[in-house]
Design a protein around this ligand. Structure first.
Ligand SMILES: *Cc1c(COP(=O)(O)O)cnc(C)c1O
Length: 399
């Protein structure tokens, strides 16, 4: 019997009932703008920021319109602008180089390892080219943050973290997003909390966070941010920081607050699914599973494996075989970008230079979502299908 999977890779769980009720309250009173409050009312957006700051153990937090907006704001707050260069991962998603381009800067791409993290040797080699690293924890794979931070501190490089895939993850006990000077998160539907669109910035540096608040479009109402630096911090910067509107609204904040309360539970559920996939694919000939270091507490809402050095046709055979059985794999090696999988050489505005090591890894990466609507049994079935199709293609290639 040939097993087939019939679930949907793009179906997330519904918004928790508490979020729906809170959203209805906001809709009924109509005060969706975060600064539209009645006396003694604290806006949902403000409460959300206070709760996220407390969850992350950060002094300050700011909720914004998207993860991409959070990254661009972080760069601007650090003084990055036209003509500057910013170190960043060659293996990441388009909004990361896009955030760099949006401030007029140019990315300097750093190679990726087989374990899908930034290559620290290449980072060291390129360290003199920029004073900021926008570090993307792409697909939830976290580099050795102790080594990375030591390297960046020694070279005077400011680290901004893109935690679109690591909300709730840790390295060596420290939350992802709390190693660098600013952490950026996304609340887009396919990340770890879902408000459709949305994002966060966290940090401990009062001046950077005050700039971020002004940039996000606070006008002169920054005093109404419970998770922002003290108002004195704004005195020097409030008239010299542009308003680049990208606020969070109360409707989305209301949807997100109960989800933050559930984050730890949801992370455990994602990881249980990831481990079933990992177990199901362990020791498959020709298939490489990224190594997960002891120090890494990941949150895997997606799954990656590599068919390293495989011939293109054999990879296509695996993808087609899996698709035929209901398992949608995204391939980072395709010549032409499809759906979400564009890669560094398709970001031509950044004038990317060839990166042989990254090309080899990207050519082999297969990627799939792990929505929480999948049961553990679903994951075991998907792993059996992939294992089967990989074995078949591997054998054909060997013949
Ligand atoms: C989704 C994503 C972002 C940006 O998030 P948006 O909220 O969609 O702007 C940034 N980095 C990575 C790696 C992402 O996957």
């Amino acid at each position: 019997m040939t097993e087939v999977f019939t679930g949907s890779f793009t179906q997330q769980e519904p918004i928790p009932e508490a979020g729906i009720a809170a959203a209805l309250d906001v809709l009924r009173h109509g005060r969706l703008h975060r600064y539209n409050t009645i006396p003694d009312e604290v806006a949902e957006a403000d409460l959300l920021e206070q709760e996220f700051a407390s969850l992350m153990g950060a002094k300050y937090a700011l909720a914004v319109a998207s993860g991409g907006y959070a990254m661009a704001t972080a760069l601007r707050a650090c003084g990055i602008g036209a003509g500057d260069k910013v170190l960043s991962n060659a293996f990441t998603l388009a909004p990361v180089p896009g955030a760099i381009a949006s401030v007029g800067a140019t990315p300097v791409f750093v190679e990726v390892t087989e374990d899908l993290t930034i290559d620290l040797t290449d980072l060291a080699a390129k360290a003199d080219q920029a004073r900021v690293l926008l570090l993307s924890h792409m697909r939830g794979h976290i580099a050795d943050m102790d080594a990375l931070m030591a390297l960046c501190e020694a070279r005077d490089i400011t680290v901004i973290e893109d935690c679109a895939h690591t909300m709730g993850a840790k390295w060596n006990g420290t939350w992802s997003g709390r190693h660098g000077v600013l952490g950026c998160y996304s609340c887009q539907t396919y990340k770890h909390v879902n408000s459709g669109e949305g994002g966060f910035l966290v940090g401990d540096d009062p001046e950077l966070m005050a700039r971020a608040v002004m940039l996000s479009g606070s006008y002169m109402m920054y005093g109404r941010h419970g998770a922002a630096p003290p108002v004195e911090t704004f005195e020097d910067i409030r008239l010299e920081t542009p308003n680049i509107s990208g606020r969070m609204d109360n409707l989305r904040a209301a949807i997100l607050r109960p989800q933050l309360q559930d984050l730890a539970t949801q992370c455990d559920r994602w990881n249980a699914r990831y481990r079933v996939m990992e177990d199901g694919l362990a020791q498959t000939p020709g298939l490489y599973l990224p190594h997960r270091p002891e120090a890494e507490d990941y949150v895997m809402s997606s799954f990656q494996f590599l068919l390293l050095d495989w011939d293109e046709n054999a990879i296509r055979r695996v993808i087609a075989g899996c698709l035929n059985r209901g398992v949608e794999l995204k391939w980072f090696g395709a010549e032409d970008p499809v759906a979400f999988t564009s890669k560094y050489d398709s970001w031509r505005y950044a004038n990317p230079q060839p990166m042989p090591q990254t090309d080899r890894v990207l050519h082999g990466i297969l990627d799939m979502r792990l929505p929480l609507t999948f049961s553990l049994e679903d994951c075991a079935l998907i792993a059996r299908i992939i294992r089967d199709e990989v074995a078949r293609a591997f054998q054909m290639a060997a013949e």
